[in-house]
Design a protein around this ligand. Sequence first.
Ligand SMILES: C[S@@+](CC[C@H](N)C(=O)[O-])C[C@H]1O[C@@H](n2cnc3c(N)ncnc32)[C@H](O)[C@@H]1O
Length: 292
Amino acid sequence: MAGMFLQEWLLPGRQTRGAPPSASLPVQTRIEAMQQDGRIDGRTAAGYLYQSGGISRTIRGARTCVDLGCGTGVQLLQVAALNPAIHFTGVDNCQALLDVAARTADARGLSNVTWVHDDITRPARLERGSFDAVIGTMCLHDLKDVESLHRCLRSAAGLLSPGGAIYLEDFARLKHPRSIELFVHRGHVQGPFAATGAPSDPFSSLYRASLRAAFSLRELRDATSLLPGARLHATFPVPFLCVISTPDRGLEPAIRQGLSMLRTALTASQARDLADLARAFALGGFTKNVFA
Ligand SMILES: C[S@@+](CC[C@H](N)C(=O)[O-])C[C@H]1O[C@@H](n2cnc3c(N)ncnc32)[C@H](O)[C@@H]1O
């Protein structure tokens, strides 16, 4: 990773934005990706757990929360299980992904989530001002362009009740294609490789497309001004991930305990990933310890 830090820091260059995964990968590939290495305990388990901590702190006290671009619900279902007093609405414009999410929720006996098919840039089935919190993980990079990003954030602000909480997390675009490949290779264990020597299993393909489609940090920073009371925090020294959120409200003891149990279930390498991620966000000025 040190090589990646140096090339992102020292070398000039800017990668142009790639097509969003929902426009470039078949839905079946995206479902397989999320059911294989993208599982809650898969290659990005540390990332899911970190975000579940950050989300739970930010939305504390909310009774209703909408998750924008929930996909197969991997992140949302962990957050919903940790926060049983909150009713969640998962929104996506892909019915096949929502069907997977709904089946998983049923299999886990989770009854505090409702699924809605809608466009998060022009929501027609969500009532304005009816949510105490709006969250979204890894959904912004899947939007078509900067105009859609702005429409989505304006709509998000409109869905909130007064004083509502916001937590949006996503990639920020890296400068170099090689940095993206380093991320994709990291944690890749035994999937197939393409002729280029790059991992080509469904999750690697989705991960690569997502990193390429990320908005730049500047585009995300500019868009943050559309969300009253929210600030953008990026990982440091390389801003590859960012969180746009309203202030931290701390953790309820029961949720701290739930997170702590999930942490103890991480493998040694996932626990190292979690420590690295927490350090990178803390260096970027975000909450020092999402689990405290
Ligand atoms: C990378 S997935 C993120 C899924 C989930 N939030 C997670 O963290 O696992 C991005 C999701 O955004 C959805 N999406 C993209 N554009 C959308 C739009 N305009 N309206 C609703 N959902 C959209 C896609 O269908 C996809 O499920």
